[in-house]
Design a protein around this ligand. Sequence first.
Ligand code: C2E
Ligand code: CA
Ligand code: CA
Length: 561
Amino acid sequence: MDRSQRIPHEPKSANRFEAAVSLWDLDLRLLDSSKGFQDHTALASKKDLTLWEAYPALAKPVPAALIRQAIDTGEPRTIQIDTPKQGKCNLLVSLIHTGLLVIETKAASIGPPSEDNEKAQLIHQATHDVLTGLPNRRQFSAELAQLLPASGKIGPALMQLDLDDFKPVNDTLGHGAGDIVLKLAAERIKETLGQGGTVYRLAGDEFAIIQVRPQQAFEAEQLADALVAAFKKPFIVNGISLFVGVSVGVAIAPRDGNEDEQLMKAADVALYAAKKEGRRRARTFDPTMLIVVEQRELLRRSLRVALQRDEFFIEYQPLIEPPSTVVGFEALLRWRHPTLGIIPPAAFIPMAEADGLMREIGQWMLEEACREALSWPEHYTLAVNLSPAEFLTPGLTDRVSQTLDIVGFPAERLELEITEGVLLERTINNLDTLNTLNVLGIQISLDDFGTEYSSLSYLKNFPFDTIKIDRYFIKDLMQDTKSQTIVRSVISLAHGLDMRVTAEGVETPQQAGWLLQEGCDRLQGYCISPPMRAERLEEFIRQGGRSQSTATTFDEIHIRP
Ligand code: C2E
Ligand code: CA
Ligand code: CA
């Protein structure tokens, strides 16, 4: 580096802000500087001063990336920073043949200090979110646009974050509680992110992160997973534990898009995939996701008319009690799509819920299942699933009791299955709803137990008749002693609370034998029978509960005396 090239010192003018000019080598150590720089910079005389020491604000990911870009591309960049002495400043950074030239000028126009403060405050307000103090969408757009297009192979990572189950908090506990959750969520995101990027609040419960790291794809995925994990802990608001998760969509420039709009769309599509796959997870964009989006739009349109077109039908799966008595059936919804064939409920129920269609579909399901069950022998019960959206719509108990009246199906033979998620959402009214259903004589089962929150307080406060242990714990029961311990404890917990236990997803006679030996009250699963169409069910009942479709019959389930 040619150290003889000196920067001419600018003439001093008493009240004017003096531009601070500095020249740095490519390791970003100071080579030369103007008087203005020496006046403004506390450490100006330090030996081997680095750019980062002179302007600590530049070490933040976004400005640091802009500096790297200026060096890599040779194109000058303007970076706005806060300096302790001068307030908001613009730094014009450009590569010249002797090194990196940095010219600092004051960002706001010169005026009396109070006006400057006001201006700074206005700027802050315009670029920051009042509630969380995070930079807002405007700031986000400006910073993203500054970073793109990325010059090298690796540019910034963009993450779109969306809280899961935030709306019920707002709707049920009020906006005050919602605001607290948003603030705590913002803190949690910032803490997890650390120094590697900036977090923005875009709107409502939507946040974004711009991350700039050397090993971008890998580090972005690591961060996204850490964020999801960080949201597994509850938020404590006014003494109540609220479980609000986060879904994250990741896109990396330039791979997934090298313009701001394109990159945002990619992150959005990835976020959408994370939501669709069950929320509370992170997904990185891949182009096949776009096809899924189109398919989904197609599916969504046909779902709206599926009910009128009579495309839904029900399958029934038996539940047995030891030694091998069929006690009832769980009704499972199916959709026969005219061109795509049979679509499983996991694929369309979340969509129906999101589009507000689930109430109508659920109503059809309940009525149809009760009608079909009328033709069964009277001692068989009918279990029907209620999705959270159905459970939370007002007037559920009236609708259920009216349906039972219209169809003439006895309440005592109906079991409603709800998942733990439902209980989080409107705690006091939920208890009312459950109690009213109980009073009507309807049985209530807690479905998929063990997969969500498994908070024991629900078991204390809600009048369940049955706990259904999720198949997650059943599938490796014979190999995994931990699953055995959990299942054993759930059985004894339920019995201690005077509740029945059903094991779901029992696939082998060995599992069935083990469960019955441990005192599990009821079994359901392919080992007994997969779900059957109504026609097949008639045959199954006629044959006294022997499924044609599996080799296994109850006689093959070896139960120890
Ligand atoms: P779920 O309530 O846990 O239903 C049991 C699911 O496990 C069913 O899946 C059933 O076919 C499957 N299954 C039964 N035995 C076995 C087994 O031995 N091994 C394995 N691997 N799986 C087994 P399906 O029918 O795909 O339903 C998935 C979920 O969709 C249900 O889970 C339930 O949450 C929901 N669902 C189904 N029908 C309705 C409905 O009418 N309304 C609502 N709200 N949700 C429904
Ligand atoms: Ca169920
Ligand atoms: Ca279940």
